[in-house]
Each structure stands twice: as C-alpha cells, then as structure tokens.
Design a protein around this ligand. Structure first.
Ligand code: MOS
Length: 729
C-alpha cells in the first residue's frame, strides 16, 4: 500500500519568511548589531572625473565630533589593482577603492569618514576638501563611435555577434523594408534596500553582513581585492531587500567597510545613501540600437539586422546584449546581430533586470509591430506567421517552446480584435490604443549544491548559500523539500545566504530557483533513499512513505524516526550539473503581453489602462510567488516604456537624477488593471524540476506592448525610451 504523497510544489503557499519580514524580525544587512557597537562610515564622493586628486584635506573632518577615522588613498593598505586583467570577470575581480590618486568616474569615493554616529560621519564628510585635476573623459558612447570595440563577451550569450544567412541579398530583395534606430536611456536598479555592508574582523577573518545576490563570488572578490585567503572571508546574507542585478557583485561600500573595520579595529557599517548609489551602484547603460528588417509581400521575414552600441565602464567587463531576443524570436532567411561597446569614464555598467531582453524586446518588438503594419498583417498574425520551427540562429531544437500557446491564450483573454487605424479610437478627450509584444528570455541552469539534515524529531534543515532577494526562495525551497520527503512544510527549515553553506550561483539571470531548487531536490532524493534503506534494514520494505511528527508512516505502520536514524540524524548532499541538461537545445522562457493605453489628446499624457501577460515558464514552483514576480516585471515594463531614466550630464559624466523625485519608478497610480496568466507546464529538458526562469520574464515584452499601443492611440512611432508626453505632441 502506498502512502499518498501530497503535492506541495506549485501550491500558492504563503511566504515562509513573511511573518519575520512584516514583524521586523528578518535581519537585513543594515540591521545587524554587533556587541561593542558599530561605527558608521560615510562616503565622500569625487566632485569631478576622470582625473587626479591634487589636494585632499581631511584635517577638519578628523577633528570633528565623534570621528573615529578618515580613510583616504594615503591611509588604506595596498589592494590588488582594480580590474586586473588576469581576474576572471567582474564579480570576482579586484574592486579596490581609495586605491591611489586617480579618480575613475564622477562620484567615486575619495574618502570614507568613520564616526560613532551616522550624523557625525555625514557632517564630518562635508568638511573634507578635495580638488581634482580633470582630464578629458569619455561619457557618451554616441560621441565616440570611432572608439567602439567588439567586447570579449556579452552577458548571457555564447557569441557576441552572429551572422546567419545572406543579409544584404535578403534585405535588398525584400518587399517591405524598415530601417530604424532607437535610443534607450540609462537606468538604475533602485532596489528598496540600498547597498549596505557591516564588516568586522575576528583576527585574520573578515566577517561581513551584506546585501548581495551571489555569496560565493563576493567571497572571491573580497579575497582577491584584499589579498587574503577565501577561507578567511565569511559572508552572511540571509535577506536582501531587492537586487535587480545591482547586487550580483560587490560594490564600493562593501570594500570600504572591510578596510574601515580593519583601520578602526571595530565593526563598521557603510550604507550607500540613495544619492550615492546613482554613482556608486551599477547602472544599465544607455544604448543606440539600429534595426534593419525586411519582409516579403505576405509578411514573411526575410532579413533581420540588429546592432547595439553602448558604454562599458573602463576595467569592468560587462556588455549587455540587446540583440539577444532577436536571435530566437522569429524565423528569417538571414539574421545578423552585433554588439559594440565604448570604454567610458563612467560608474559601473552592469546587469539590470533582464539585461539584453528588457531593452532588446523594447526595440525589436516595436520594430516588428511597425513592419507588420507596413505588410498589412495583424501583429498577432505576423508573429504566428513567423514562428520558427527550430532556433533560427543556432539551428538547435527548441526545448519546449510554447510561444504560440501564449499568444493565442493572450489574444483570447485580452479580447484582441485586430488593429484599428492609428488615432481613430477616442474615449472623450482620450486617444485609446492597443498593442502587443512577445516576451522571450533564455533559460539557464547554474551549478549548485545543497545539504539537508533530518533530525530525529522529524525536522529537516536545508542549507545552501543561495539568497532570497525578495523573490520567495525560502518558500519554494521549503516546498521542494517538503514534497520530496513527503513531510509537512512546517517541519522544514531552509537556511540561506551564508558562505559556509554549500555553494550555489545565487540569485541572478533568472536561474536561481531552478538551480538551487534542483540541487535541493537531489539532496532530498538522496536523503529519501537513505531513509528507505534504513526502513528496509528495519524490516519495513516500502516504495513510498511519509513523515510526520517524528514518525515515518510506511505500509500502514508508524515507525519512530529516532529508531531509524538515531540521535545523530541523517544527512545528505545534493548537486545539479548544468552539463547534464538541455544539451544542444535552445532553452527559453516565453510570454506575450497585451496593453491598452490612453493618451490625453490635449496634453499627451500617457496612462496605461490594461496590461495582460501570459507566460510559459515550465513547471511553476509556487503560483503566488511566481505571479508576484511576473507582476513586478510587468510593472518595470511600464517604467521602462514610460518612466525610468537616469540622465547624465555629458559635460561631466555625472548622473543628474539621483533620487526618487527625479528617477521615476512606476507607483500604484501608474499601474492599471494588470492580469498575469501562467500556463501549466513541465519543461523536462531544462532541469530536474522541470521549471524555467521566471524572474525577468515579465519585464520582457511589457514595454513594447505599451509603445505599440501608444502608436495605435496616436499614430506616433516613438524611437526613444522612455516615451514622454512631449514626444507625442
Ligand atoms: Mo539579474 S539583472 O542577473 O539580477
């Protein structure tokens, strides 16, 4: 007789960490307390760059009330040079700060004032006098196109450029041709919790409480920068208050806190202020994207060329890949994609919320809409007509592509009834338009490990260095363990975010849940086998069993766990190896977005009225947290289309929009009737869980659906994002 195993994975379970978060018991990095107190660091930013510090007077700051120490390049110990060529990538490279008298970018720290209180540190920081002898810098890639280089790699893709088919011939023979270029603005992730680190030294060991998405690479970055052994770095990060890519790696405040703690001989907290992080947090570069599309008379795509140009921060190797979705969205006789970067004297450019696709679908899906219109084909039909049977770029089979299901479901749920003549649909003084776009995002798996330990009282502890950045990691991992071991979720304790726990690739690239979840699944399956063996040894042979209240229920019998596993309990390790999955297949998550907007006929004010998304991300691990993530992504899509932009003063390389009064994020008033639908699925090739990445999927396609709706409302094709009301007048 088999015990029934209850289905827990997929259930819309409430967040297991919800009560801790809403009651303030969840300890975020900045909340951490240390016996003996914590000194507070405040960053002094460079008022100009690039250049050389020619005067730096900290005497008044040092003499101010409560000041413990002032760190400058003259006082901090030597670090490994920033971004040394032999370093392996941006997350583990040296992130040296206050390195020497050079200033790389506007706002870079030139000093850290440490005081007993934050107020004292901030006041003393205002007393530091610094003078920079500036040199000519590169701030805007568009002004330095002659310096454009092919980057060594682009984020998340195997190839920087691709050239499949004969573009020139296909384009010249196309009936309908579109040549357009787009500008997309710079953006900052703007997580609710700013970047913050509390550092202390215990002898040779550095102990760090920090807001971070990936623990293991942060350990390497510390060790590399400070020239210490990785074994002497301990990072603790049980909760992170949003990352969106900005906390994938360590940033200035993290290294400053470690240096300051050493210099002061006590724990030091350095939090970037909201203003700091528009210079000392990473950002998404502004991009120029050029598209050339050709189709035959029936609307079949023949030629696609998508090239991207952006700035890369000097000595920080990251290049976004906006032409990524273009490689796999539609079939065409020729598809060429190019990425070029200009090295610039600007703050770090890094991954931000769906790097590549967020701004890549914004332009490509807008251009596709325009081409469909030229061809006289409905945009939904156009996409169905150009659906590929295999990955058009790699030629690989698609692992579980259900884009057409998404499109058809979305069209039905939204009530898509075809296009109207642009500018022809009015509701009072509002012009109303509808639009749609496709969402596509590569699905990847990263190496991960996990350990589980079952105690005789029936409680399971699962440990991974995985992070929960607000996404629901604790909850989905709890569900995976509980279901695999047929035990109540309340008996599972998931512990995350400690560099002493088994290594994962953390939260990023939408691979976090699938990767860490698969490792945990493996650990739990191994524990289950071990428990089965113990059952067999004790004379109870069972194919299936369940656990509850410290007992195993098998074959109608109840056996005390303590009798099976003893006081020492039972442990198991698990892992997932990406090499064993989706080999030779093109693996993506999919979706479609439909939008309805209204545009004030007199002022041009744009309001989104409806946004509806349908997504296919394989097996859904928790319908509630998945829906929340998709919804958050769609809301960012609204921001990407209409609101979010970091404006740089190109004379100085300084961001001018440095708070939420200037940097506009979609708020409730901007979020309309918003519907999220998720297809049921199981993606057997992707990973042992059958799930696909969901974290960044909701972003993709939301912006262009809105832009396409704005076009239908007004007849205006805007090729600069975000779209502002004045662009429509
Ligand atoms: Mo993501 S932008 O890889 O956190």
């Amino acid at each position: 007789m088999e015990q029934s195993t209850s289905k827990i994975i997929g259930e819309p379970m409430n967040r297991v960490d919800g009560p801790a978060k809403v009651t303030g018991r969840a300890e975020y990095a900045g909340d951490h307390q240390v016996e003996g107190g914590i000194a507070e660091g405040f960053i002094v930013e460079a008022p100009a760059a690039p250049g050389k510090i020619v005067a730096l007077d900290v005497a008044d700051a040092e003499a101010a009330d409560g000041v413990v120490s002032v760190l400058t390049y003259k006082t901090v110990p030597q670090q490994k040079p920033y971004g040394s060529p032999e370093d392996e990538g941006r997350f583990t490279q040296s992130h040296a700060v206050l390195e020497n008298d050079r200033v790389r970018h506007f706002g870079e720290p030139v000093a850290l004032v440490v005081a007993e209180t934050l107020e004292q540190a901030r006041y003393a920081a205002s007393l530091v006098r610094v003078e920079i002898e500036t040199e000519e810098g590169v701030f805007n890639a568009l002004d330095h196109k002659d310096q454009a280089e092919k980057p060594d790699s682009v984020d998340g893709l195997d190839e920087v450029d691709t050239q499949d088919g004969d573009f020139e011939t296909q384009f010249s023979q196309s009936t309908h041709k579109l040549e357009v270029s787009y500008l997309t603005g710079a953006q900052h992730a703007s997580a609710m919790e700013p970047h913050v680190t509390v550092a202390q030294w215990d002898g040779e060991t550095l102990i760090v409480h920090m807001a971070i998405q990936i623990v293991a690479s942060a350990v390497s970055a510390y060790a590399n920068t400070l020239g210490i052994d990785e074994a002497n770095v301990r990072i603790i990060s049980p909760f992170t208050g949003g990352g969106f890519g900005s906390k994938l790696g360590v940033h200035n405040e993290a290294i400053l806190a470690a240096l300051a703690a050493k210099q002061c001989g006590k724990a030091v907290r350095v939090a970037q202020t909201r203003r700091n992080l528009f210079a000392n947090g990473p950002h998404r570069s502004r991009h120029l994207q050029e598209l050339k599309l050709g189709a035959d008379a029936s609307g079949k795509l023949r030629a696609v060329r998508h090239s991207s140009l952006a700035s890369m921060a000097r000595n920080y190797p990251f290049a976004e890949a906006p032409a990524s979705p273009t490689r796999a969205s539609y079939a065409a006789d020729a598809i060429h994609t190019f990425h070029r970067m200009v090295k610039a004297d600007i703050p770090k450019v890094d991954s931000m919320r769906a790097p590549g696709e967020a701004i890549g679908t914004l332009t490509y899906e807008t251009a596709i809409d325009e081409l469909a219109e030229m061809c006289g084909v409905d945009p939904v039909e156009f996409r169905i007509l150009n659906e590929p049977t295999q990955d058009p770029t790699s030629g690989h089979a698609f692992a579980d592509r259900r884009l057409l299901d998404c499109i058809r479901t979305g069209a039905a749920k939204f009530g898509w009834s075809g296009r109207v003549k642009p500018g022809s649909r009015m509701a009072g003084r509002k012009l109303v338009g509808r639009g749609m776009a496709v969402a596509i995002r590569p699905n990847t798996l990263s190496p991960a490990q996990a350990e589980v330990k079952l105690a005789a009282d029936g409680r399971l502890v699962a440990r991974l260095d995985m992070t929960d950045i607000g996404t629901g990691t604790y909850t989905i991992l709890t569900q995976i363990a509980a279901e695999t071991l047929s035990m109540p979720a309340s008996q599972v304790l998931v512990q995350l975010g400690d560099s002493r726990f088994p290594e994962t690739a953390g939260s990023g690239g939408s691979f976090g849940a699938s990767s860490s979840g698969s490792a945990l699944l493996d650990a739990c399956a191994k524990l289950k086998s071990a428990l089965s063996e113990r059952l067999t040894e004790s004379g109870v042979s069972a194919n299936a069993f369940a656990m509850k209240d410290g007992r195993v229920l098998a074959n109608g019998k109840r056996i005390e766990l303590a009798d099976l596993i003893g006081a020492e309990g039972l442990s198991a390790d698990g892992a997932v190896d990406p090499d064993n999955h989706a080999k030779g297949q093109a693996d993506y998550s999919y979706g479609v977005q439909f939008a309805e907007v209204e545009v004030d006929a007199d002022t041009g004010e744009i309001r989104v009225r409806r946004l509806l998304g349908v997504f296919d991300a394989g097996r859904i691990l928790n319908r509630k947290t998945a829906r929340s993530q998709l919804m958050g992504g769609m809301i960012f899509g609204i921001g990407g289309a209409l609101l979010e932009e970091s404006l740089m003063d190109d004379r100085f390389g300084s961001f001018m929009t440095r708070d939420f009064a200037e940097y506009h994020i979609a708020v409730n008033r901007d979020v309309p009737d918003l519907e999220v639908h998720i297809l049921d699925g199981y993606s057997e090739h992707s990973n042992p869980l059958g799930s696909k990445g969901i974290g960044e999927l909701g972003i993709c396609g939301a912006g262009p659906a809105i832009a396409n709706a704005v076009h239908e409302a007004t007849g205006v094709r805007v090729r600069k994002f975000p779209v502002h009301m004045e662009d429509l007048l």
